[in-house]
Design a binder for this molecule. Structure first.
Ligand code: AMP
Ligand code: MN
Ligand code: MN
Ligand code: MN
Length: 279
């Protein structure tokens, strides 16, 4: 029997639809045995998540998903797991990353205004649970509300993905800083959904190499964003680079995610699960 671990999801503290405690109950109800909440650039939901998980008898590890700038205007996401959530340099670093989001949102709204989507900043704010954490997902929900797209996914395809009218480039954390904060707090750094980045195979491999040189240890092999081919590909990468493998739904909420909490295929048996270092 393999462990039903799900080490990546989002609450209303970032761009998810459910509160941390609701996620804990849903994870437990779905059979998850080891769970991490990994809000974007924010650890504010961890205490509530842990308390609700403990009440449900669900094992919990601290998590966060850090936004990182890479190469020429690329964003990669690094999940930190099992860190000390009171480690001040991590909290300060995340606060600094979050700090840029509001002005970015204002720039996004100005760009969207030019193409006929008006009032997007105020509109997105209606969907924001944490004022410090306005994200493209909140804009997407408002644009769906306006009727410009049928669902959140299509909003990204038409308006918010790189190269689309509402996309603005933004400086996130450096990979070095993100890993420094996670490692300083005693955590493990994991490359989130490697199949999602618009990088060539060679560029991806270069990123994996730098990540490893900086002490990064894990990669999401099983991800809600991965098809079967990608799971096979990143299992190969985990073997080649000696990475610990993670299993991660990236659940954002009912109706907005590919896969529900814990409803993921198992890791290939020969890989070392990242949770072998967490429990
Ligand atoms: P941000 O951190 O503000 O750039 O927002 C990134 C978030 O937008 C991701 O974590 C996803 O929740 C969401 N997102 C990005 N691309 C897509 C997509 N193609 N379809 C649906 N959601 C997406
Ligand atoms: Mn998200
Ligand atoms: Mn992500
Ligand atoms: Mn995520």
């Amino acid at each position: 029997m393999t462990l039903n671990a799900d080490l990546h999801c989002h609450s209303t503290v970032s761009d998810g639809l459910l509160a941390p405690a609701e996620l804990a109950r849903r994870a437990h109800g779905n059979g998850v045995e080891l769970w991490a909440l990994t809000d974007h650039d924010e650890t504010g939901g961890l205490a509530e998540a842990r308390a609700a998980a403990e009440e449900a008898g669900l094992r919990f590890v601290n998590g966060v998903e850090v936004s990182v700038s890479w190469g020429e205007d690329q964003t990669v996401h690094i999940v930190g797991l099992g860190f000390d959530a009171a480690y001040q340099p991590l909290l300060d670093g995340l606060a600094q990353v979050r700090g840029g989001r509001d002005s970015r949102a204002a720039r996004m709204a100005a760009e969207l205004d030019k193409v006929g989507i008006h009032g997007a900043y105020e509109g997105a704010l209606k969907y924001v649970g944490n004022p410090a954490l306005i994200s493209r997902s909140h804009f997407a929900r408002y644009i769906v509300e306006l009727g410009h797209a049928k669902d959140v996914k299509s909003v990204f395809d038409w308006w918010l993905a790189k190269g689309k009218p509402g996309y603005v480039s933004h400086p996130w954390a450096t990979l070095e800083d993100a890993l420094g904060w996670i490692h300083g707090a005693g955590g493990i750094a994991v490359i989130a959904h490697p199949g999602r980045y618009r990088l060539t195979k060679a560029e991806l491999r270069q990123m994996f190499g730098v990540f490893k040189d900086l002490g990064g240890r894990g990669i999401e092999v099983i991800s809600g964003s991965h098809g079967e081919d990608e799971m096979r590909e990143y299992a190969r990468v985990a073997r080649e680079f000696g990475f610990l493998a993670s299993r991660a739904s990236d659940f954002h909420g009912p109706g907005e995610s590919w896969i529900d909490l814990g409803r993921l295929p198992p890791l290939p048996e020969d890989l070392t699960p990242v949770w072998s270092e967490l429990i």
